[in-house]
Design a protein around this ligand. Structure first.
Ligand SMILES: Nc1ncnc2c1ncn2[C@@H]1O[C@H](COP(=O)(O)OP(=O)(O)OP(=O)(O)O)[C@@H](O)[C@H]1O
Length: 420
């Protein structure tokens, strides 16, 4: 290629005459120029017409606008350039993983009662988990009133992968998807099958790159979208949100019931707007009086008590987590571990994943190795109640007196007994 060439064949090339100008433009979130940051996919100059392709998939909407404007003005100043087009090119790199199965865990934030602060809790929790080091994505399933974009101060456009899958919008390391980001918006009239299809398509098709934790902000109520989510997304846990007000509590009871009916582990309750601290006297005051603590009334674990405070009305960010939200995230992690990590004593037997024809031998071997009076624990991926009769056969017809079965999570039952 000679210095006089005005274009390059290589679609990823940067024209020599544009390169110095592009190197003047910094990537706002990192101390490098946009070329070294990998944002420039190609930059061509043909007959005075400059065309720059930016890979914007990793940037949030505000940064994309900032970089686009800076690139346009830098390239426009190059003497050989008459006109400039800056395109946000479809990234050629990571196509993302589609669907909710891509995530290590999916946690829903739910409440049948509207206005109790679900979206506030979901966005704050997502930021707090991201601050703790997770790659977090947030899905706003409230298609009738998607307010996550406004709470996080993010906007579209939603770009597509080469396969046409919608990419989430990025904001401070979080990935966010909401019908509120799509250009055709979220018609309030979506009901029944339409609502089901819209949310189910978005769950199935969104191309995520943050795949540690997905936080799902469920809509209020127990309608089509909530049911679709419970049926189509494998939820690893749910945080229920309520205020201590009695009508919120009785609605939230229905949510807890629905989650349990659908085998979703209820991690616990976040009691929002629980009280406030008076600026004058510096005392905490409850906002709603009640004898029984809300989490207890809902028969759930108390995760956190979030005060009514202007701090929780501000745009959440992983760089400034309010203390009560940090407490909530820590409690969610603790409960998540308690639900999902199975602590089996060495003398126990783990039947999860063991083929049906090997299960009896595994139980017989482990049980036979115990002394009288020792505890015997069975972990199983199905209800282990029939094991009791089998232990009776092993002990010459004496089925154990105490045989407790508990379902620890949707994939694990634990049975405890004592060797006679
Ligand atoms: N702890 C809090 N302190 C102060 N304001 C709060 C608190 N929690 C929520 N809010 C405010 O209450 C309003 C409703 O909150 P939010 O939108 O999170 O509720 P929601 O349950 O998601 O509502 P919807 O039923 O519409 O989905 C918002 O203006 C939010 O800023």
């Amino acid at each position: 290629m000679t210095p006089d060439d005005t274009t390059r064949d290589d679609a990823t090339a940067v024209d020599d005459r544009l390169e110095p100008a592009l190197r003047q433009v910094r990537e706002p979130n990192a101390d490098v120029d946009v070329i070294d940051a990998g944002l420039v996919q190609r930059a061509t100059l043909d007959g005075g017409v400059a065309c720059v392709g930016l890979d914007a998939a990793t940037l949030d909407a505000g940064t994309i606008r900032e970089v686009t404007t800076a690139v346009d003005s830098a390239v426009r100043d190059v003497p050989a350039v008459d006109s400039v087009t800056v395109r946000r090119a479809a990234p050629t790199s990571d196509p993302g993983a589609t669907g909710t199965d891509a995530f290590e865990r999916v946690i829903a934030v739910a409440s049948a009662k509207g206005g109790v602060g679900k979206s506030t809790v979901a966005t704050q929790l997502a930021c707090a988990l991201a601050a703790n080091g997770d790659d977090v994505a947030l899905f706003d399933a409230d298609i009738h009133g998607p307010n996550v974009p406004a709470l996080l101060d993010v906007s579209g456009p939603v770009h597509a992968t080469e396969d046409g899958a919608p990419r989430p919008v990025r904001s401070e390391g979080l990935e966010v998807m909401s019908v509120g980001l799509l250009s055709d918006g979220a018609p309030l009239a979506w009901r029944g099958a339409m609502a089901h299809d819209a949310v189910s398509d978005l769950f199935a098709d969104t191309a995520w790159t943050n795949t540690d934790t997905l936080v799902v902000d469920l809509p209020p109520g127990t309608g089509d979208v909530v049911l679709t989510t419970l049926q189509e997304v494998s939820l690893d846990g749910a945080v229920v949100v309520t205020t201590p007000f009695h009508s919120a509590l009785s609605d939230t009871e229905k949510t807890v019931e629905l989650l349990r009916e659908n085998d979703v582990p209820v991690l616990g309750t976040a009691v929002n707007m629980a009280g406030f601290t008076c600026e004058r006297c510096d005392h905490d005051h409850d906002l709603f009086a009640g004898d029984t603590p809300p989490a207890e009334r809902l028969d759930t674990t108390a995760l956190a008590r979030l005060p009514f405070t202007p701090a929780l009305q501000e745009t959440p960010t992983p760089t400034a987590i309010p203390d009560p939200v940090a407490d909530l995230a820590a409690a969610v992690e603790e409960r998540y571990d308690a639900v999902w990590s199975v602590d089996l004593p060495e003398s126990g037997v783990d039947l999860r994943g063991v083929p049906a024809d090997e299960r009896r031998d595994a139980v017989a071997d482990a049980f036979g190795a115990l002394e009288a009076g020792e505890e015997f624990v069975v972990a199983s991926d199905r209800d282990p109640t029939p094991v009791r009769a089998f232990l009776g056969d092993l002990a010459d017809g004496d089925a154990p007196e105490r045989f407790e079965v508990r379902r620890q999570n949707p994939e694990t039952w634990l049975a405890r007994t004592v060797h006679p």
